[in-house]
Write a protein that binds this ligand. Structure first.
Ligand SMILES: C[S@@+](CC[C@H](N)C(=O)[O-])C[C@H]1O[C@@H](n2cnc3c(N)ncnc32)[C@H](O)[C@@H]1O
Length: 285
């Protein structure tokens, strides 16, 4: 099947799609990470979406590379004193079950209510490595987001202190939001308890955007000034990883894209018509 428009019926189905890539990576002898729950969570539909995806995305190199880079950025932030992770649009991510986290570490997940309920049921028998709190919330609703942040950054029980150096993760989310929602989110996240924001940014992906696969989950946010978009909103890039270059170093870049990794890379503040995807850890400026 090609197209895949019937497979992604709403934006939450994209969580099955990326979980399927993590399941496939986990089965490799040289896996960059192991996510043993991904196969269960992706289900047959997740793999069907992979099969229908545009060629450039089918092999999963971008999601696998992004997962590994973000795992490492989270470990770095924890080494720098990060005391809470807020994973916004956590989808079917299972980092609290697979990363080496301190037992008293607090990890908060948010995603749309239907997906959150489904994930809660699917993982009911699994034990996370840290304290895990999961909330169903529409993050595009500014008042719901503010309410969620107030609760997620505060004390989460009688024994627990409020967060002082939180890391917010928006992995695979921003591209599905409109520009105004992203701007409102960037402002809402500018608060003293939040030290870092890790995100993926994808630019000039015209062919992917045009794919019928995304008809029910349109790709919207693509700032023409790339990573500078968030600098203007008070976020300073701390690490900027070029996804394709890192994919080649991890031996995950497809052969037909590998030659581009040896050329000068597009300016991530001004990519022009050149496709560019990266992972960025911002800190508050
Ligand atoms: C491509 S998936 C990424 C999931 C996860 N971060 C990962 O990398 O595996 C996109 C996720 O964004 C979530 N999402 C999209 N719009 C949302 C919104 N307005 N509020 C909460 N979650 C949203 C979807 O439900 C879905 O789980």
């Amino acid at each position: 099947m090609t197209g895949g428009e019937g497979l992604i019926t709403n934006v939450s189905d994209t969580a099955r799609w990326v979980a399927a890539y993590r399941a496939t990576e986990t089965a490799r002898a040289d896996a960059l990470f192991r996510d043993p729950l991904a196969q269960r969570l992706a289900g047959e539909r997740g793999h069907a979406i992979v099969a229908a995806a545009p060629r450039m995305l089918r092999g999963g190199w971008a999601v696998v590379t992004r997962t590994k880079l973000i795992d490492d950025l989270i470990a770095t932030a924890i080494g720098e004193g990060c005391d809470r992770v807020l994973n916004l649009a956590a989808g079917l991510d299972t980092r609290p079950y697979r990363l080496d986290l301190p037992a008293d570490f607090v990890w908060v997940e948010a995603d749309l209510p239907a997906l959150t309920t489904e994930k809660q049921a699917a993982l009911a028998d699994e034990k996370p490595h840290c304290t895990l709190i999961r909330r169903g919330v529409d993050l595009a609703d500014p008042s719901a987001l503010a309410q969620f942040l107030d609760a997620a950054l505060g004390p989460l029980g009688p024994e627990n202190s409020p967060a002082t150096k939180a890391l917010v993760l928006t992995e695979g989310l921003l591209m599905y939001l409109d520009e105004e929602t992203v701007r409102t989110m960037a402002t809402a996240l500018t608060r003293p308890e939040i030290s870092w924001w890790v995100m993926d940014i994808t630019m000039a992906m015209r062919r992917i955007r045009a794919s019928s696969m995304f008809v029910n989950a349109p790709l919207k946010f693509e700032p023409s000034n790339g990573i500078a978009y968030f600098e203007k909103l008070g976020w300073q890039p701390r690490e900027v990883e070029h996804l394709l270059v890192r994919a080649r170093k991890f031996h995950r870049a497809p052969w037909y894209l590998r030659p581009f990794t040896y050329l000068p890379q597009p300016n991530p503040r001004k990519p022009g018509r050149n496709p560019w995807s990266g992972i960025v850890r911002y800190q508050r400026g």
